[in-house]
Design a protein around this ligand. Structure first.
Ligand SMILES: *Cc1c(COP(=O)(O)O)cnc(C)c1O
Length: 306
């Protein structure tokens, strides 16, 4: 039994109407730790346990850390998560609820990650949030579920941070003979590491990560994500923070599910009737979820926009 659950795949009358094409949702927001990340991270943790790991380490103050904490509790291994001081109180609380040891260190992820790296013992497994083939293989299971459910989508919409979800979805499409199905890869303007790399024709580092989609905040995408974007039909789209936040509000009203702006970014394509969707007859949106933002936080972000 894997640690993740098989999630519902439902048609959305709300997003279909907004987008003017049939929209299907894969509800990864319903994974126990609140995001798709459990698929890959759960699989990776199980594999590391088989190989003899005695502790899981993470430096993610976001959904990856939450997934590692959940996996560790389920597998009865201790988990240590080193997070920067910028991590929300809510996230630290959620990590504690999963019985993880939380070390708050440094003013940015870089410093937290350095400390975490310095703590690695021979019997520890350090779980990367996106750049690991074990993760991609685990994420691919969500496409296995879509493929066995029936009709083929004619495009998949997903959000891109470091590109782990993108790698997993493309791996899943390929292993289900759906290698022709295009992926629409969505980022916010302040986190557009894939978009900028595609424009430059090579992987580039963002100078800074800005805006509200904190879970998309990787300074550079992993190499495999860039490589896939050359070999698989991948279309890159950038949305504003405003659109991502508005999508969170509308999705909550429509489907009664609260997701992070990282996920709202994808949903915004439907709510804004994006040109990328024109002519499609069955679009699959990966509702990647995210547990780190409260409704108050989302509204405060929206109120703070210029
Ligand atoms: C991690 C995350 C993403 C981005 O996934 P990557 O694998 O880093 O591209 C998107 N949405 C949510 C909610 C996440 O937690």
């Amino acid at each position: 039994m894997p640690l993740h659950i098989a999630t519902p795949l439902i048609e959305s009358p709300f997003l279909s109407r907004a987008a003017n094409c049939p929209v299907w949702l894969k509800l990864e927001a319903l994974q126990p730790p609140g995001s798709f990340k459990l698929r890959g991270i759960g699989a990776a943790c199980e594999e590391h346990l088989r190989r003899g790991a005695r502790r899981f380490l993470s430096s993610s103050g976001g959904n990856a850390g939450l997934a590692v904490a959940y996996a560790g509790r389920r597998l009865s291994l201790p988990v240590t998560v080193v997070v920067p001081e910028t991590t929300s109180r809510r996230t630290v609380e959620l990590l504690h609820l999963e019985q993880a040891q939380v070390i708050v260190h440094g003013s940015s992820w870089h410093e937290a990650n350095l400390l975490a790296q310095s703590m690695i013992e021979p019997t520890d497994a350090f779980i990367h949030p996106f750049d690991d083939p074990l993760l991609w293989e685990g994420h691919a299971s969500l496409i296995d579920e879509v493929a066995s459910a029936g009709p083929t989508p004619d495009a998949v919409v997903l959000s891109v941070g470091g590109g782990g979800l993108l790698c997993g979805v493309i791996e899943g499409l390929r292993r289900n003979r759906l290698g022709h199905v295009p992926v629409i890869a969505v980022e916010t303007a302040g986190t557009a590491s894939l978009n900028q790399s595609l424009r430059a024709g090579k992987i580039v580092d963002l100078e800074a990560i800005t805006g509200v989609a904190t879970s998309l905040g990787a300074k550079r995408v992993c190499e495999q994500a860039f490589r896939w974007s050359q070999e698989h039909p991948v279309r890159s789209v950038v949305v504003s923070d405003r659109a991502a936040l508005a999508a969170c509000e509308r999705f909550l009203a429509d489907h009664r599910l609260l997701v992070e702006p990282a996920c709202g970014a994808s949903l915004a394509l439907a709510y804004e009737r994006a040109e990328a969707l024109v002519g499609l007859r069955r679009v699959l949106f990966i509702v990647c979820g995210g547990a780190t933002a409260s409704l108050d936080q989302i509204r405060a972000w929206a109120a703070g926009l210029p």
